[in-house]
Ligand binder design. Structure first.
Ligand code: EPZ
Length: 430
């Protein structure tokens, strides 16, 4: 199994190209099931999760072709992928596939809307929290679906004439449930109004793509989204938006290691709150015409408290990385996780590098230390694993991160992007 070896101590200097967003690409790919026409997505990142979803969509009858041409020589493998689901050959998403990736549960929306039925395995819990699906079930039921849970599967059936537009207010903000209800409502009879909807940029990107396919969605990016149902959707061509979590991760890596890096093909407005926290920690951040420049020269890292929240708050997907940064701050910081109840598994691994962190409920108290020392550590989930890489960049000696498959789910060619900027990071295959 691959491991990542980091020898800390080098500053980062250069340019890092930011990939298309994993968390936008996944729902966009799933949206292709809504039409018998071809949906072409550009800037699709090459990640394990994307490959897994390609297999899942294939199981439903999607014909998928990948144009692997490099968009920029030697820099980005961003791909253009064509999805055509002329016929849905199966409305069942089996346990073996859904259990590997929670987002695959989201096929329930398009399958139900287009075929009138879907049988999708419950995704089950996962390392970062219990992550139930009650909001999906309640929301789809509001659109008229009859839903039964049996033998670990959600069996959903639409009324004879199809789903019916309705007003549904989410009791809690959910990115996935917003994606699914928005997709399902595009083909419903009548108008759907979603209240307390997620405002994440990935929701906006999905709405933009659905509108290009002929949907009538407005209000995306606010907490009230209105969807006027249409009879059918057509194909479209859409470019996946930049990955704000990858952007924030590399910004934190530079803040940690020091140096001067341009993050290319991204937008500061996607992560204002996180960039502000990095600024307060002592890095200089400015916008360039095609991205963000981040500099930390000499100045130490200051302690900053953060609380994760739905967009536009501080993203939970950057919490572990920010904790990595705070381990070297000059004081005490508090990091509070409000989205997932068990998203602190990186704490014990960071401690192996010499970090001083104590947990009290949903808050971690991080007492900055003047030095971290490399050690063998284990990746526990996608974002937790990259926090260990960030810490490793500033640790003395060698940090060896095992279970790298977690990283490969969401970071495209991480070691190459960091090495090009002068870091000592390599993949070791046993
Ligand atoms: C998305 O997950 C992201 N995944 C996650 O990124 C991200 O951490 C999360 O949103 C929050 O921003 C993708 O986009 C593929 P939620 P999602 O539904 O949609 C609770 C990563 O590392 N909830 O917004 O599954 C839930 O338990 C991943 O890239 C219910 O209670 O998250 C959580 O506490 C990890 N009932 C909260 O809502 C439900 O039916 C927010 O979850 C659904 C969710």
């Amino acid at each position: 199994m691959d491991r990542i070896r980091i020898v800390g101590g080098n500053e980062l200097h250069g340019v890092i190209p930011i990939s298309g967003a994993k968390n936008a690409a996944l729902p966009l790919m799933i949206a292709s099931l809504l039409t018998d026409d071809t949906l072409t997505l550009e800037n699709v990142p090459h990640l394990a999760d994307v490959e897994q979803l390609i297999r899942i969509l294939g199981n439903h009858g999607a014909d998928i072709s990948v144009n692997g041409r490099r968009e920029r020589q030697g820099e980005s493998y961003a791909r253009t992928v064509h999805f055509t689901s002329r016929n849905i050959v199966s409305t069942t998403a089996p346990y073996e596939l859904v259990s590997k990736m929670r987002a695959s549960f989201w096929v329930i929306g398009p399958l139900l809307a287009r075929e009138g039925k879907a049988r999708v395995s419950l995704p089950g819990g996962c390392a970062i929290g219990t992550r139930p699906v009650d909001l999906f079930i309640e929301g789809l039921a509001a659109l008229g679906a009859n839903i039964e849970i049996d033998g670990g599967y959600v069996n959903a059936t639409a009324p004879a004439g199809g789903l019916i537009g309705a007003r549904y207010v989410f009791p809690k903000v959910s990115v996935g449930a917003t994606h699914v209800l928005m997709m399902a409502a595009t083909l419903a009879n009548g108008t759907t109004v979603l209240g307390n909807a997620a405002r994440e940029p990935e929701v906006v990107d999905l709405a933009k793509c659905l509108n290009a396919m002929g949907a009538k969605i407005s209000g995306q990016g606010t907490s009230t989204i209105t969807i006027e149902g249409v009879r059918s959707l057509s194909g479209a061509r859409h470019r996946v938006l930049p990955d704000r979590i990858e952007t924030g991760t590399y910004a934190m890596a530079v803040a940690m290691a020091g140096g001067d890096v341009i993050l290319e093909d991204t937008e500061a407005s996607l992560l204002d709150t996180a960039l502000e926290a990095i600024r307060r920690a002592g890095a200089e951040i400015s916008e360039t015409n095609n991205g963000i420049r981040i500099v930390r020269n000499g100045a130490g890292i200051k302690p900053v408290d953060i609380v994760t929240d739905p967009f536009p708050g501080f993203p939970t997907d950057l919490q572990a990385q920010f904790m990595g940064l705070m381990t070297r701050s000059s004081g005490v910081s508090h990091i509070t996780e409000t989205i997932f109840e068990n998203r602190f598994m990186h704490v014990q691994e960071l401690a192996r590098l010499g970090a001083k962190i104590s947990l009290s409920g949903q808050t971690a108290k991080v007492e900055g230390v003047s030095r971290l020392k490399g050690a063998p550590v284990m990746a526990t989930d996608l974002r937790a694993s990259v926090s260990l890489v960030i810490a490793g960049l500033a640790a003395e000696g060698e940090t060896m991160v095992s279970r790298v498959y977690h990283l490969d789910r969401g970071f495209e060619r991480l070691e190459e992007k960091l090495t090009r900027c002068g870091a000592h990071v390599e993949r070791v295959s046993d």
